[in-house]
Design a binder for this molecule. Sequence first.
Ligand SMILES: Nc1ncnc2c1ncn2[C@@H]1O[C@H](COP(=O)(O)OP(=O)(O)OP(=O)(O)O)[C@@H](O)[C@H]1O
Ligand SMILES: O=C(O)C1=C[C@@H](O)[C@@H](O)[C@H](O)C1
Ligand SMILES: [Mg+2]
Length: 164
Amino acid sequence: MKRNIVLIGMPGVGKSTIGVILAKELGFEFMDSDLLIQKQEKKLLKEIIEQEGTDGFLRIEDQVNASIDAEKAVIATGGSAVYGEKAMEHLKEIATVIYLKLPFGELEKRLGNLHNRGVVLRDGQTLRDIYNERSVLYEKYADIIIDETGKDIEETLSQIQNIL
Ligand SMILES: Nc1ncnc2c1ncn2[C@@H]1O[C@H](COP(=O)(O)OP(=O)(O)OP(=O)(O)O)[C@@H](O)[C@H]1O
Ligand SMILES: O=C(O)C1=C[C@@H](O)[C@@H](O)[C@H](O)C1
Ligand SMILES: [Mg+2]
């Protein structure tokens, strides 16, 4: 295992929820890219997306993720992190990358219950469009793929622990 773990996947798959528990179990630090972006920009993610547009947000996200310096950390990325090539190359160098994968139908149900989630959608794009577009990228960058189908948080965590 490399010295850090990076979690990637669609919004709502549980990168932040699972990441913080995993960090605690491993005795690692926990970092959340979304919080690093908000701290640097001194704005909420949705404000950055509103003010800078999706491309502006993606540029900031790429720069923040490419600058992460960590040792023994679990890093939860935002769902759109995989659009940042520079960032993903950097994260691949410093971490084992785990893709938390959920079938579209389950993800749609879960996102339906989540409020205030700024998702990077270009004009006319649907959740299905970005699911298809991003799945290719998540698979490309993943060292490990965890299929969350039918698993609760504890079951997903123990599957990750068994593989590490
Ligand atoms: N089996 C499960 N695994 C993970 N999360 C689950 C599960 N079932 C329900 N949830 C819920 O789904 C939500 C996952 O949200 P979370 O913010 O962790 O996602 P995320 O991947 O970090 O998204 P984002 O890309 O927007 O940061 C939480 O509210 C969590 O409680
Ligand atoms: O999947 C997305 O498009 C996003 C997910 C969030 O974590 C944030 O990074 C931002 O709101 C964009
Ligand atoms: Mg998150």
